[in-house]
Write a protein that binds this ligand. Structure first.
Ligand SMILES: Cc1ncc(COP(=O)(O)O)c(C=O)c1O
Length: 453
């Protein structure tokens, strides 16, 4: 019989050599992480055998749940048949068929699918395509990008520079001269007495003022997550996104929807931009739920309109010289195809639309816990913000509290993801009402224990 605690210790010793994302390099390996060894349905199991609900769905990605044999089989079969092809010079049936299938699902004329290795590379490619497009149209000055405080768009140089989680940027170099930030459209932070509509209009006006102050002839794109995920699940006021898209269209600024989190069912639709928010983006990025995290894959959708404009402006022979060894990787594409089959066969989008109100009601039942200052829910994503003393705000103290809630919840069988002072959740979309009840019961207990600590 193996001794799980000595196994865990050995994994921690080995993990000392794994430089994790966002690691404090002065303390590598000093805070031992929970070691996950198994997963099934909406659950993960740690190296001590503790089973927990996967509250964050991996990292907003395990949409169809863990252990889906269909995806595993599809990947294995694809590896046996064709394990790799060069996307530069060759084509493959699985990547071509996935591109066609995705183009049919994407809104409007987003018919051109550029495969990437994940979300960051999808957003990076979108921004680089915006620059390429303007070069092709003879507008080399039109290169500025507008983003928002609290946005997260990735971890390449360009996408990190467009991310607005300012706390995380202090020690890292950023591109600064062409990237501008609007204030965060977080309704909770609006001045007392201001209506949601007035707040929305103010934020939209801020976008237009920014475009005008930089100069519409210089602004290439506005990039926005339909719901700001890693910023703490910030649900923007109704009508905000559509109004922003209208401002962009009026000033010939590309609207890029970063749907790395909000696509593939998180909000009850394959893509949320049009179906939920009534917006037709010029470009759209996705990843995560595209394969439910079984394989790394991202995609950028580019509209026919942009391609047609480049073509009409006599750019023959000019390539969008961007791409990756693993663009359209056949095994990742096979995982995505099997993932989509599950969505269709199990009616997963309908399930999310049906269960989302229950999820919201269940989470709102926690509103009597005094330290909870905001509960934000949309589809199957949620952020619960904690403030120990709203009159004397202290972000570090509140972050430490959210981490304590996470630790207590883990003890009782629920993984959370603390983001600053918010606990965020995006469980696998297959979650049932009973499992939501379990989740919320553990959350309440986690809050109670963290408060008592
Ligand atoms: C909205 C958004 N865009 C982009 C990314 C980056 O994706 P990846 O980590 O796959 O590179 C993320 C990751 O969380 C995200 O939430």
């Amino acid at each position: 019989m193996t001794d799980s605690s000595s196994d865990t210790k050995d994994i921690h010793r080995a993990d000392r050599h794994f430089l994790h994302p966002w690691e404090d390099v002065t303390a590598i390996g000093e805070t031992p992480r929970t070691v996950l060894t198994d997963s099934e349905d909406i659950y993960v199991t740690d190296s001590d055998g503790k089973r927990m609900i996967d509250g964050p769905g991996g990292m907003w990605c395990v949409n169809v749940g863990h252990g889906r044999e269909e995806i595993i089989e599809a990947c294995a079969a694809q590896m046996r048949r064709l394990s790799y092809f060069s996307p530069w010079s060759m084509a493959s049936d699985v990547a071509a068929n996935l591109a066609r299938r995705l183009a049919a699902l994407a809104p409007g004329d987003l018919n051109n699918v550029f495969f990437t290795t994940g979300g960051s590379t999808a957003v990076d490619s979108a921004l680089r395509f915006a620059f390429f497009y303007n070069n092709c149209l003879g507008r080399p000055e039109k290169k500025h990008i507008i983003s928002r405080v609290n946005a997260y768009h990735g971890s390449t140089y360009l996408t990190a520079s467009c991310s607005g989680k300012m706390r995380e940027k202090a020690e890292m170099d950023m591109i600064e001269d062409h990237i501008h930030f609007l204030s965060c459209p977080k309704p909770k932070d609006r001045p007392a007495g201001q209506s949601l509509e007035a707040f929305r209009d103010e934020k939209v006006a801020e976008l237009e003022a920014m475009i005008l102050s930089v100069g519409p002839e210089k602004v290439a794109a506005f990039i926005a997550e339909p719901v700001m995920a890693s910023g703490g699940v910030i649900v923007q006021p109704e009508g905000y996104l559509a109004a922003c898209a209208e401002v962009c269209a009026r000033h010939d600024v590309l609207f890029i929807a970063d749907e790395v989190v909000t696509s593939f069912g998180r909000l009850g639709h394959y893509f949320a931009s049009e179906s939920v928010f009534g917006v037709q983006p010029d470009m759209l990025t996705t990843a995560k739920g595209l394969t439910s995290g079984y394989q790394p894959l991202g995609a950028l959708f580019i509209s026919d309109r942009l391609i047609a404009e480049i073509t009409a402006a006599t750019n023959e022979g000019k390539g969008f010289t961007s791409g990756f060894t693993y663009s359209g990787h056949p095994v990742a594409c096979a995982a995505a195809m099997a993932n989509l089959d599950i969505f269709e066969r199990d009616g997963l989008l309908e399930h999310v639309r049906r269960i989302a109100p229950y999820f919201e009601r269940a989470l709102r039942s926690l509103s009597d816990i005094p330290v909870i200052s905001d509960i934000r829910v949309m589809g199957l994503m949620a952020g619960i913000e904690c403030e120990l003393d709203p009159a004397n705000p202290d972000e570090d103290r509140d972050m430490a509290f959210a981490a304590r809630v996470d630790a207590a919840c883990q003890r009782h069988g629920l993984l959370l993801r603390p983001v600053y002072n918010a606990c965020v959740m995006s469980p696998p979309l297959i979650i049932t009402e009973t499992q939501i009840d379990d989740m919320v019961r553990i959350l309440r207990r986690g809050f109670e224990e963290a408060l008592a600590a």
